[in-house]
Design a protein around this ligand. Structure first.
Ligand code: NAP
Length: 460
């Protein structure tokens, strides 16, 4: 009994650290420390579990921790920032799989008491398995392992039938006096297939939202299995992950103006991507020297970074350029769209890493009204988040998504490698506008050229 009190007290501290960590992660200034706090909570919860009464598989636990910890330490060190979404999908899928494994083991042991525990075990097993297989498909798609988007003829009907069959087999497990192996295997096989089949048609810009949804599922599944194991740390961690994942999913869906129901049941297809009014006109390109002159002699510049800045690893050069312009008397601000890049906060993380002062970075709502009084909007590797079709073209799949009003600046300079479309695959009229000039090349190289030219202008 005293051991249980001690364990629960440590779990309480761990839960406090999770929540404190999460709170601190909500600002780039404190995010790094937040991750450390939450990590410390994780380690504490893990260590004290060794003292759990009846725990005797120490060797197995240590081997599992060494393998899991080793693989994640190594992969976390080598993953590129642009590959982060698939990394999150993979880790998250493992969480769902672990929750499902708890349910499977508890059922096969046949020692589960009480209807509530049995129902929650089935629910956790269901949600965890869907999250596991769905996250694996998401990983395979984002990693380029699965290139095709598989869309079954009556996709939604297939999903509904599979979900109904899974629920029925779950009910049969709950109501059985002693669950036998076969129904348990059928239940998990059905849930696994449902997760994979339902994720296959989803693609493009919807993918990060689905990953976040599976993240919320995993949290929920872990919370349910925590109840089954009577483990308060799992219940709290599950609830925290589940609610944070749900909020993040809502935030992304709202920022893209794509209701979750459409993301899941009406995926953007090639047909929809071809939608939207055709863009007329030509793109007008200028040299890095011309761009440097426009920036050097501007009074106010707003930089709009996007996915291309991340791919080009240009954040350090961008910071150097903004500092140089600032020293030359130009007012420079950064405008961040909530879904710029490939995950929420992607641009904030990169700019923070490069040392751009936080007070120069502004969210969409804070800065959108300033574009019309800005001499130059400098768009670096961003596309969908500045596409005016979202505001004006009802036939565009982007219609309704809030965008940064870069087109309202007196002049727009766009840095990108060529005529490539954005993540949504849709043409961008901004690039053809009269006040827009293109500077072609990879972001890092172009910004380095601009820095050199600005220095020459300042010296000469
Ligand atoms: P984007 O629409 O994907 O456009 C990125 C642009 O960068 C491309 O047009 C590409 O054109 C250019 N580019 C690629 N590599 C480059 C390089 N090395 N140097 C310079 N330019 C380069 O990006 P975005 O404007 O950031 O929009 C994000 C998209 O992701 C949106 O559609 C959003 O809905 C979606 N999404 C994001 C999140 C999130 O949480 N952030 C979540 C869900 C969906 P070139 O090929 O011509 O260079």
């Amino acid at each position: 009994m005293p051991t249980r009190i001690f364990i629960n007290a440590v779990y309480f501290i761990a839960a406090f650290l999770f929540i404190l960590g999460l709170k601190r992660m909500s600002s780039p200034v404190t995010a790094r420390r937040g991750i450390m706090w939450a990590g410390a909570g994780m380690v504490l919860a893990m260590l004290v579990t060794f003292a759990w009464p009846g725990m005797n598989n120490y060797l197995l636990m240590i081997i599992a921790l060494a393998i899991g910890g080793g693989v994640s330490w190594w992969s976390g060190g080598i993953v590129k920032m642009t590959d982060m979404p698939q990394m999150v999908a993979l880790y998250n899928g493992m969480g769902g799989g672990a929750a499902a494994a708890i349910a499977a083991i508890e059922f096969s042991r046949g020692e589960m008491h009480g209807a509530t525990a049995r129902v929650l075990a089935v629910l956790g097993g269901f949600i965890g398995t869907v999250s596991f297989s769905g996250s694996l498909v998401a990983f395979a798609k984002l990693q380029g392992i699965m290139r095709k988007t598989l869309h079954l003829p009556a996709q939604n009907a297939v999903n509904v039938v599979l979900a109904a069959l899974t629920i029925l087999s779950g009910i049969s497990i709950v109501s059985a006096v002693q669950a036998s192996t076969f129904p348990i295997i059928v239940f998990f096989a059905l849930a696994f297939t449902l997760g994979a089949i339902a994720t296959m048609p989803i693609g493009g810009a919807d993918m990060p939202v689905v990953i976040s949804l599976f993240n919320a599922f995993t949290g929920l599944a872990v919370g349910f299995e925590g109840y089954v194991l009577n483990n308060p740390a799992l219940i709290i961690a599950g609830i925290v992950v589940g609610s944070a994942g749900t909020l993040l999913t809502q935030l992304m869906a709202r920022a893209m103006n794509r209701p979750l129901i459409n993301i899941l049941f009406r995926p953007i297809t090639g047909e929809a991507q071809a939608g939207g009014t055709a863009v007329a006109g030509t793109m007008k390109d200028i040299s890095a020297l011309d761009a440097a002159a426009m920036l050097r002699y501007a009074q106010k510049v707003i930089i709009v970074p996007g996915y291309g800045m991340a791919v080009g690893q240009a954040q350090h050069k961008v910071k150097e350029m903004s500092q140089l312009l600032g020293e030359a008397g130009v007012e420079v601000k950064f405008a961040i769209h909530p879904v710029a890049g490939r995950m929420p906060g992607h641009m904030n993380v990169l700019l923070a890493e490069a040392g751009v002062p936080y007070e120069n970075i502004f969210d969409l709502e804070e800065i959108n009204s300033e574009f019309s009084q800005t001499d130059v909007a400098l768009v670096i590797g961003a596309n969908d988040v500045v596409n005016p079709a979202a505001r004006t073209d009802k036939s565009s799949p982007l219609y309704g998504m809030p965008i940064l009003n870069a087109d309202q600046a007196h002049n727009v300079i766009v840095i990108k490698r060529g005529k490539g479309a954005g993540y949504s695959g849709i043409e961008n009229a901004l690039f053809y506008a009269d006040n827009t000039r293109m500077v072609y090349g990879s972001a890092q190289q172009v910004v380095a050229d601009i820095i050199r030219s600005v220095k020459e202008l300042l010296e000469g």
